[in-house]
Structures are given as structure tokens and as C-alpha cells.
Ligand binder design. Structure first.
Ligand code: SAH
Length: 484
């Protein structure tokens, strides 16, 4: 059958693709259909035809999927922030669980029965809304020239105006409306990517979920330097923002580059503190549930630091990682890709000594300060790449430092591209009893676990944790143990 652009087909959607699109088949030919869900029978129009597959637009849903729900957000379809809001939350969780299991089987080479046996039930949220502790809103101009903010439509830089995102903190709306009002009142222009003109590029809002502290960082198209007023009538804006309950830190960040990178290198606090705090509690598993213990860690967070966007789920993820580490008080543990020390400080509760490694110098500074402020003394942080720091210690640690060369546990939490090969090789040489792998990309996780298995480890436990409800992103944690 010859497939051509603009042809219309009726197709049953069977699966969800990497970016949340529905996937259906006609005579073995795959169609990728944005906004279609598994179970939908839909009329679709081909928009781009390739050799073995095509992209298609959803024209009409003939029979809706039983898993379809009415999205709560009025712009969920246009906005690129969520991809699967129209899928019931229960089905979202099932999709994420099977995505991880499939990758472990397909890429990792594990037996399907074994994977089904070892995987524990996914950790979902009771209420999957208003969970993000961080949001970055782009600013731009509407057709009539007034400033707007919202989120980009998928794969574009077209702003879908919306100050009331249902995934973000409830406070975001008032903050953004206050800034927009100020911009209109004092003719402050939004940045225009095309011309490089205009001032306000992005606004970053962070909230300490358990402290209720708020941080606002306004990214401006200005060179920084010693001036103190970068936004016209800055003090009037500060007066208004400072009135909002919980406001703790207001800063400007300078970015004059023509780039997609949101923040520039220099940040200047213009009101309040440089950082906000959040507190994460150590939880204890209670069946499939979690209960709070009396232990917690307080973290200082700067505008540019990495911090898990979902505090509620981060507690569950880190507590699960800690339980997988099976610490009894005497262990030496490496925490690779440690960021501001979030997991390291949790591990310190159960270990004799923890060593953290992280490539971003500011994050290492934050990690050290976090340890100090929490009175935690059994953690040491090293700045550098995991693939460089770890081999260095393996090679050079002398007598009396065998604990560092042969730790009991190594925890890794790499970015999406996974661990460097050198890191995996060094882990195999160090022969820890357990490796706990925290991952935000199950494809690279599966690839790396396969290498660890070939090097003498066995996959023992795994659990998916839904950090990013309504999006297709998936976080999970796995335990590998060394074969005797
Ligand atoms: N464990 C932390 C951070 C995880 S995000 C937390 O849960 O908060 C991954 C971290 O790895 C980021 O902080 C990133 O800066 C860091 N990173 C990226 N590449 C790295 C490398 N090659 N070596 C060490 N750290 C790296």
C-alpha cells in the first residue's frame, strides 16, 4: 500500500511513544499520532511519511479509549509541559511501569518473568497536581505587543499563555501576574528571541514544599555588573512581590546570549536571601505505603542548583534508595552524581562514611554547606567527573584507605545519558556488595545494568517512582548485588 501525505485513515491506537504520542499500525506500518491514546479508535491524517512509519494528526476520535479522562487544564493539548494528561492517572502509572520493564527486557536483556517478579509496585502520588517545586516560565510578546508568559507548545518556542499551570505551586500565578502587571504598567518589554531586544527572558520560581519558602529569579537580557537596578521601577516590583506570603529570595540572573540555555552565569540577589530551604523527611516503608520518621535533612537551594522537582516523591525515592542500600551503620558508601548532596545526606543516616562526587562546583559547595548545617560529619564531597574522580581514588588510595577502594555500596544517580563506561568499569573493579542505581532514563539504565551484570552483578529489586505526573518522564531505582 502506498502511503502519502494528507491521506486519511482510521486506526486503533495501541501504544504510547517516547514523547507521549499514540502509536497505531496499519498493515505493519506505524503511525505516530499526537494527542491520541491507547484504546482510541481515531480518524487521522498523515502529515509526514517516512519509509516504515508516518506522523499523523488526530482528526477525530471515533471511539474514545476507556482510559481517556477530561484533562483538568484547559491548554493541556497545546502546551508542551504535559503529554499524557488525558490518560487516567492509574493508566499513566501502568504505562510507566511497563515502559521500564520493557526497556529492562529489550535493552538490558533480562528475562521478562524475572523482571515481573523483582519489580515492586510503582510509587504514585495520591493527588498528582501542584507537585512541582520549580517552574521556569518564558516571557514573550503577544500579537498586540503586551507581555505574556506561559509554556512553550511542544517542540516550538511559541508561548501558550498560562499563569495557572496545574503542575506548579499554587503561588506561581500571583507571582507571574504581579510581574506581568508591572511590565505593562512601566512598559518593560519581554525579550524577543528574533531581534535580541527586550528585557525579561524567563522567570524561575522555586518553592520549598516543606518550608513554604519562595524564590523568584528574573532572567534579564542585560550584562550584569555593578548597577543595582536592572528592571525599571525595580523597587515598586520588589515591594509587591515581597508582600506575597513565604517570599524569601528575589534575584536577577543575567543572560545576553542568543541561546536556549535559560540562565546565565551571574546572579544577583535584589531582595531577601540568596537561597531558600526545603526539608525532606526520611520515610519508612509500611507495606506499599510510607510513614514519616523523625529524621529529616534541610537543604539550601540556589537558583541554579539541581534539585528534584517533586519534593513529596523525592522523599519516597531517596528513602527507597536508602532502604536498597541495606545500611547497618558500618558501611562505606560512594554517592556518584550527588548534586547538592540530597541522597548522600540520606545515606549518612545509615552509613559509617559517605563520599559524594559531583561535577558542578556550586553544587559541591551547597552539598558541603548542607552537611555542615545539618550537623552531619560522616560525608565528604569531591568535585569532578565521576569517571575521573572514582578511578583516581581506586588507583591512588593508599594503605588505610581500602574502604574507599572497596566500598560496601555505590549509589549512582546520573543524568539521562547514564554512566560513563569508565565509571562502570571502575565500579566493577571496586567490587562493592551492592550498587543502587537511581535513574531518570530507563533506556540508559537498562544498558548500564547489562554491563554490571556481565561484570558479576545480579539485579535484585527495582521500583518506579512517579516524579513527573502527566508527563512521559520516568524515574526509578534498582538494586544490584554482587554474585558470590
Ligand atoms: N543525586 C542528586 C543529583 C542527580 S542529577 C539529586 O538527586 O538531587 C545528576 C547530577 O549529576 C547533576 O547534579 C549533574 O551536575 C551531575 N553530573 C553530570 N555529569 C556528571 C559527571 N560526569 N560526573 C559527576 N557528576 C555529573
Amino acid at each position: 500500500m502506498g502511503f502519502e501525505k494528507n491521506q486519511i485513515y482510521t486506526v486503533t491506537i495501541e501504544d504510547i511513544g517516547a514523547e507521549g504520542e499514540g502509536i497505531g499500525k496499519i498493515e505493519g506500518f506505524s503511525l505516530f499520532v499526537k494527542d491520541a491514546l491507547p484504546g482510541d479508535v481515531a480518524k487521522v491524517k498523515l502529515t509526514k511519511v517516512r519509509k516504515n512509519y508516518a506522523f499523523a494528526r488526530l482528526e477525530e476520535i471515533i471511539k474514545p479509549s476507556p482510559s481517556r479522562v477530561e484533562p483538568c487544564c484547559p491548554v493541556s493539548r497545546q502546551c508542551g509541559g504535559c503529554q499524557i494528561q488525558a490518560l487516567s492517572y492509574g493508566k499513566q502509572l501502568a504505562f510507566k511501569q511497563s515502559k521500564v520493564e520493557n526497556n529492562l527486557v529489550r535493552i538490558g536483556g533480562f528475562e521478562p518473568e524475572m523482571i515481573r517478579e523483582i519489580m515492586e509496585p510503582i510509587i504514585g502520588m495520591e493527588s498528582p497536581w501542584h507537585y512541582r517545586n520549580k517552574a521556569q516560565y518564558p516571557f514573550g510578546c503577544s500579537k498586540d505587543g503586551t507581555p505574556v508568559t506561559g509554556f512553550y507548545a511542544g517542540r516550538t518556542h511559541v508561548i501558550i499563555p498560562n499563569t495557572d499551570c496545574l503542575l506548579g505551586a499554587r503561588e506561581n500565578k500571583r507571582i507571574l501576574d504581579t510581574i506581568l502587571k508591572h511590565m505593562r504598567q512601566y512598559q518593560v518589554a519581554a525579550y524577543d528571541e528574533g531581534t535580541g531586544q527586550g528585557l525579561v527572558r524567563h522567570v524561575l520560581v522555586r518553592k520549598g514544599f516543606f518550608t513554604e519558602e519562595l524564590m523568584v529569579c528574573i532572567v534579564v537580557n542585560a550584562p550584569g555588573g555593578r548597577k543595582r537596578e536592572w528592571i525599571p521601577e525595580q523597587n515598586r516590583l520588589l515591594d509587591r512581590l515581597a508582600l506575597l506570603p513565604g517570599m524569601t529570595s528575589i534575584s536577577v540572573n543575567f543572560n545576553t546570549e542568543n541561546t536556549n540555555v535559560i540562565m546565565g552565569k551571574e546572579t544577583c540577589t535584589i531582595w531577601g536571601r540568596d537561597k531558600i530551604r526545603d526539608r525532606l523527611h526520611l520515610l519508612q516503608a509500611d507495606g506499599d505505603d510510607f510513614i514519616k520518621t523523625d529524621r529529616s535533612v534541610t537543604y539550601e537551594i540556589s537558583p541554579r542548583s539541581f534539585y528534584q522537582v517533586n519534593s513529596t516523591q523525592a522523599e519516597r525515592l531517596y528513602s527507597t534508595a536508602l532502604s536498597y542500600a541495606e545500611l547497618t551503620g558500618g558501611e562505606t558508601v560512594w554517592d556518584l552524581y550527588c548534586g547538592i548532596g540530597t541522597i548522600s545526606l540520606f545515606l549518612s543516616f545509615g552509613a559509617k562514611q559517605v563520599y559524594g562526587v559531583e561535577v558542578i562546583p556550586e553544587a559541591i559547595e551547597d552539598a558541603r554547606e548542607n552537611a555542615r548545617k545539618n550537623g552531619i560529619t560522616n560525608v565528604k564531597f569531591f568535585e569532578g567527573k565521576a569517571e575521573e574522580v572514582l578511578p583516581e581514588f581506586y588507583g591512588t588510595a593508599g594503605e588505610g584507605e581500602t574502604d574507599m577502594r572497596h566500598p560496601d555500596v555505590i549509589v549512582v544517580d546520573p543524568p539521562r545519558k547514564g554512566c560513563d563506561e569508565v565509571t562502570l568499569e571502575t565500579i566493577l573493579k571496586m567490587q562493592p556488595e551492592r550498587v543502587v542505581y537511581v535513574s531518570c532514563d530507563s533506556a540508559t539504565l537498562a544498558r548500564d545494568l547489562k554491563i554490571l551484570c556481565e561484570g558479576g552483578y545480579e539485579l535484585k529489586r527495582g521500583r518506579v517512582c512517579d516524579q513527573f505526573c502527566h508527563s512521559v518522564h520516568v524515574e526509578c531505582v534498582c538494586l544490584m548485588t554482587r554474585n558470590k
